[in-house]
Design a protein around this ligand. Structure first.
Ligand SMILES: *[C@@H]1O[C@H](CO)[C@@H](O)[C@H](O)[C@H]1NC(C)=O
Ligand SMILES: *[C@@H]1O[C@H](CO)[C@@H](O)[C@H](O)[C@H]1NC(C)=O
Length: 346
């Protein structure tokens, strides 16, 4: 209790300071070097070979996962490329990205969807020729696990994401705020491309929610003792397939996020405005919910074994909060999410 109170006292002033600081310094980074990079003919030239798909490693138009068309992608890539050129002399720290919580939360949801698929396949295996009390524990665990992933983790991510997308619309779909890079030029095409990109991410959310609802309903139904053995096995298959579908949808949203949204934010939205957005998210999530998400994000980052990601985590998450993660895992996370590891030795 004492430590909890201490943490609260430490964090709350920090958030408010960030908010105050952000309001004071809402003026974007100055753009003193009007670039010739952006002009109408440059944008109008067909961009299909601007950056080949092979070079990017993947296509952006995937199977209904909320992709965007090639022209839209190229307008954005060209915008990012231009501002990179203009900023060549600028230090890395001057193009910061602070809204890491969104990235880690997305990564954590992808990981949880994979764990859900693993759990349902495991249960299908161990219950395929038995219908006893032990297998009914397994189905109850599946319902709890799906409830955590869909009705808590995914619901939380998308609730914040809808606020986040409005924040992005304000900054990235606004010709004036894009025009700060080179005053007096027309940024209508870029603003329009960002609008399509954000719409695509929102569409991905809509589809993921739909798949998530089906997934949870199947898991819930499978846990009912009134269901026949055959039906339970069929529902397990449904849960496994929906989890896989969800992983694919979320992964294609994440690709748009990493390749286009993150670099755009780091170039267009001032550091302090980003930080004040983070504070609003934490305040709106509330302490209990943000602690649960934090444990999931921590596990995801550490499991990823990406050093740079761990460094960012230690930089963005206050020390006091990081110190509490193991305790929150025991007291909060395992009771709610532990079912994801049912029957698996970890
Ligand atoms: C299925 O379960 C058996 C033991 O119950 C195990 O040996 C086997 O590896 C499992 N197969 C899969 C695909 O999980
Ligand atoms: C689970 O299924 C039961 C009906 O079998 C339903 O009453 C309940 O609302 C479902 N739970 C959720 C969270 O949808």
């Amino acid at each position: 209790m004492k430590i909890t109170r201490l943490l609260f006292l430490c964090l709350v002033p920090l958030f408010y300071c960030q908010i105050l600081a952000a309001q004071r310094d809402a003026s974007p980074a100055s753009a003193t070097n009007p670039s010739s990079c952006h002009d109408a003919s440059f944008v109008a030239s067909s961009g299909n070979n601007f950056r080949g798909d092979g070079e990017c490693g993947a296509t952006f138009n995937d199977d209904g996962g909320g992709g965007i068309d090639v022209d839209t992608r190229d307008v954005i890539l060209r915008f990012l490329d231009c501002t990179t050129k203009r900023d060549e002399i600028v230090e890395e720290d001057d193009r910061p990205f602070h809204i890491q919580g969104w990235r880690w939360h997305s990564m954590s949801l992808i990981r949880d969807s994979r764990r859900l698929e693993r759990l349902s396949r495991h249960l299908a295996n161990i219950t395929k020729d038995r219908d006893d009390e032990e297998s009914s524990f397994g189905f109850e665990a599946l319902e709890r696990a799906a409830n955590y992933v869909i009705n808590f983790n995914m619901a939380g991510l998308f609730r914040i994401q809808s606020v986040f997308l409005n924040f992005l619309r304000k900054h990235l779909c606004d010709e004036e705020s894009l025009g700060l890079f080179s005053e007096g030029e027309n940024y209508a095409a870029e603003a329009d491309a960002f609008r399509k990109l954000i719409d695509a991410i929102d569409k991905g959310r809509d589809r993921s929610e739909h798949v998530g609802r089906q997934l949870y309903d199947s898991a819930n139904a499978s846990s009912k003792s009134s269901e026949s053995f055959q039906n339970k096995q069929r529902l397990l298959g449904e849960v496994a397939r929906s989890s896989r579908r969800l992983v694919d949808l979320l992964a294609s949203m994440r690709k748009l996020q990493e390749t286009l949204i993150v670099p755009a934010i780091s170039r267009v939205i001032p550091s302090k405005v980003q930080k004040s957005f983070n504070s609003k998210v934490l305040l709106s999530l509330g302490l209990l919910e943000s602690r649960l998400h934090l444990v999931g994000m921590y596990d995801t980052v550490w499991e990823s074994e990406i050093e740079a990601e761990k460094v960012k985590f230690e930089k963005e998450i206050p020390y006091v909060a990081r110190m509490m993660i193991e305790r929150w895992r025991q007291s909060l996370y395992i009771p709610k999410a532990g079912a994801l590891d049912y029957g698996l030795s970890i």
